[in-house]
Design a protein around this ligand. Structure first.
Ligand code: ZN
Length: 343
């Protein structure tokens, strides 16, 4: 049912593009260089505040009409912030808040209002929002244009050892190469809503993708410091397979048995099996995950006699003061944490 909704809604975006008014330059609307980008003001994870992410400077266009965009996850919102950087008249509403678990999210009345006020809802796709998105859209009027960032992304099947409600592993943002396609999809989705800003959005996407590629190269350099036989990961839930695949790690176990934090309770039997499995492998550390209760992970580590390393950001980001305020910060933080623990 959801697939039909997505297809129909994607077409709606295309239809909207056809009737978008032509862009008229408005020189008086150009902000002074010191002005913060308007579209990031309401966002606790504004990319521009990161000391490591230089602002992307482009000619400053303005949306013909105010554009309200909803973003399902913090990563989708981050992509939208980057591709709309410096463009006036755009408001981005993030649905799942920072630190919340996107697998288990319960939309609020505020989300319903924001979605019904949005010209389009941008989603991670790959089934990630399937538990709660349909109900949210239904409550927000029954149909909203949807831009699915997973369109054209090569997805992995869920690991056969896990029983899951998903067919595909939705955590593809953990692979920077796959996420570039998502950023392009976000840019196309925004451009389709307003032809006048299409060029600026495309340039933003290209500049941001270059930064993702730089970060990808940095990760490869850092990971090379870990001996190949030590590139072994135990994480809280199965959210790291794309990262592992790209950088040559093996995920030997997860504390929660599956690709969702709701995949089921880790039973004493599961935990014993995990401990028995990882002990002989000489695993050096288990990683705790932001947004998920660390108690179980700590218990497994204690049982196996190995260390717990805080903390990876898999399904969420940190606030501005934290180490993973943006997508690129998250990649760097996770990599340095893993390399520090395993090299
Ligand atoms: Zn997850």
């Amino acid at each position: 049912m959801m697939k039909n909704l997505l297809v129909a809604s994607t077409l709606t975006v295309v239809a909207l593009a056809a009737c978008a008014p032509a862009f008229t330059p408005a020189p008086t609307a150009v902000p002074k260089p010191t002005d913060p980008p308007k579209n990031t003001q309401a966002l606790p994870t504004a990319t521009t505040v990161s000391p490591t992410a230089a602002p992307i400077v482009i000619a400053v266009p303005k949306a013909a009409k105010p554009l309200n965009l909803s973003a399902s996850t913090v990563f989708v919102r981050d992509a939208l912030v980057n591709v709309t950087q410096g463009i006036q008249g755009i408001t981005i509403n993030g649905i799942v808040p920072l630190g919340a678990d996107p697998h288990e999210y319960e939309p609020t009345p505020k989300d319903v209002k924001a979605v019904s006020d949005s010209q389009a809802v941008f989603i991670n796709g790959a089934g990630f929002e399937e538990v709660w998105l349909g109900k949210l859209i239904k409550n927000a009027g029954g149909s909203r244009p949807i831009v699915d960032l997973s369109e054209g992304v090569k997805l992995n099947k869920i690991d056969a050892q896990f029983q899951s409600e998903f067919d595909n592993d939705p955590h593809y943002w953990q692979d920077p190469e796959r996420w570039q396609q998502a950023v392009n999809n976000a840019a196309k989705g925004v451009a389709a809503l307003d032809a006048g800003i299409a060029d600026a959005v495309k340039k933003n996407a290209e500049a941001y993708i270059a930064k993702i590629q730089e970060t990808d190269a940095m990760i490869k350099t850092e990971v090379a410091k870990i001996p190949a036989d030590k590139r072994v990961l135990v994480t809280t839930h199965d959210a790291f397979s794309y990262y592992a695949q790209r950088y040559g790690f093996k995920v030997v176990g997860t504390v929660i048995p599956g690709p969702s934090t709701a995949s089921g309770a880790a039973t004493p039997r599961n935990i014993k099996a995990l401990v028995d499995k990882i002990k002989p492998l000489g695993v050096k550390a288990i990683f705790v995950e932001e947004g998920v209760n660390p108690k179980l992970t700590e218990a497994v580590a204690k049982e196996a006699g190995i260390g717990v390393i805080e903390k990876l950001y898999l399904d969420t980001l940190s606030d501005d003061k934290g180490p993973a305020a943006t997508y690129l910060d998250m990649l760097r933080h996770n990599t340095m944490t893993i390399v520090g623990a395993l090299k």
